[in-house]
Design a protein around this ligand. Structure first.
Ligand code: HEM
Ligand code: HEM
Length: 311
């Protein structure tokens, strides 16, 4: 029990910065994901109760133990789950790691998402008589969503935070509830897309922030080029361009100009483009990006960069 309380504290420390505006800078966004050491500790604490079947959730119903009340009952059945989700989605809108996945708060899509999530969580948390009209195959539902590992950690971390700080649930209930969710990590998290392997939008934001604040500022040639460019708004735009159009995360909405328009008249030289990409690679090294993903993204950007030279 004592160790679980320590894990709970660790989890909360790691997620205590989730209340950030959408355009928070890289430094604050960095706090939304767990460190590698935190993840190992969490993995120990949250060892799945069973291997989830990808066909149906119903076989995976969990409870704190087979004779005691189910997590579903401990959470307050459907009214309790609805209350949890109301707070959860409100908080999720403040998380720069997760908020781009949400439909607009007052949309019909959001209302439907809440109903579907309530029904699915009821089943995951052990309601044997509950039904669900949608697709219970979580792997199929999340195929193509490209959820990165750090985004999953932010999601379950936020569940923990809401249950603990806002709903004031007992530790045992919180641990059992999150443990039951962890069973689905392998079905929800994407491991193949470049977006997910690179580390998601948060990792891109950290790298781009580092490129501008550390490397471009120290490079005499590029520093002059970017003098007067709006910061950190430009870092946000470049991040969304890379996460969205380049890496294919369809939930990230890039709202900037087409790159050919943005760079028109700049007469960027081959040498400047090479320096820019070299510095971007250095910024990636500062954030331990998977080396293969680093190479793939730099190759994609080098190709796009060619088209911006000399405009
Ligand atoms: C155990 C954890 C999770 C469960 C039980 C779950 C459940 C669901 C369900 C039931 C739907 C269908 C909603 C509908 O049809 O209205 C859905 C869709 C979706 N989920 Fe999850 N989800 C989980 C984790 C996540 C995470 C971690 C993310 C992102 C960080 C995420 C992002 C999405 C998105 C973007 C969709 C919409 C997919 C589409 O466009 O069709 N989910 N999820
Ligand atoms: C593959 C390489 C590059 C990519 C993907 C890229 C991408 C972008 C994007 C998405 C924007 C924001 C567009 C907007 O304002 O709506 C931007 C702006 C800008 N880029 Fe690049 N860029 C690249 C290389 C470069 C290089 C090498 C330079 C300079 C030598 C440069 C200089 C600028 C400047 C000064 C702006 C700000 C423009 C403004 O304030 O309106 N870029 N870039």
């Amino acid at each position: 029990m004592r160790s679980k309380v320590i894990i709970l504290a660790l989890f909360l420390m790691a997620t205590s910065c989730t209340r950030q505006p959408a355009d928070a800078d890289a430094a604050s966004a960095a706090h939304d994901t767990l460190t590698a050491a935190d993840q190992v500790a969490l993995a120990d604490a949250l060892t799945p109760v069973s291997d989830a079947s990808s066909d149906a959730l119903a076989g995976d119903v969990s409870s704190t133990d087979s004779s005691g009340p189910s997590v579903y009952e401990l959470m307050g059945k459907k009214p309790g789950i609805k209350m949890f989700l109301d707070v959860f989605f409100k908080e999720m809108a403040w998380s720069p790691v997760l908020n781009f996945y949400l439909p607009t708060a007052d949309s019909a899509q959001m209302a439907q998402l809440k109903i579907h999530m309530t029904d699915v969580l009821a089943i995951i948390w052990g309601c044997s008589e509950c039904g669900y009209a949608g697709n219970l195959d979580m792997a199929a539902v999340h195929k193509g969503v490209l959820i990165a590992d750090g985004e999953w950690n932010a999601f379950t971390g936020l569940c923990f935070e809401v249950m603990n700080e806002e709903l004031l649930l007992p530790n045992e209930t919180i641990i059992a509830a999150v443990k039951a969710l962890e069973v689905y990590k392998g079905q929800v998290v994407d491991t193949t897309s470049l977006y997910a392997r690179f580390g998601g939008r948060t990792k891109v934001r950290k790298v781009v922030g580092q490129l501008f604040t550390k490397y471009i500022q120290a490079d005499p040639q590029l520093k002059a080029r970017f003098a007067g460019a709006p910061q950190p708004a430009l870092a946000d735009l470049v991040t969304d361009y890379i996460a969205g159009p380049v890496l294919g995360q369809k939930y990230v909405q890039y709202k900037g100009k087409a790159p050919a328009t943005a760079h028109a008249g700049m007469k960027i030289t081959d040498a400047e483009m090479a320096i820019f990409l070299d510095l971007l690679g250095k910024a990636m090294d500062d954030y331990t990006v998977n080396p293969q993903a680093k190479g793939e993204l730099l190759a994609l950007l080098a190709k796009q960069g060619q088209a911006l030279v000399g405009l």
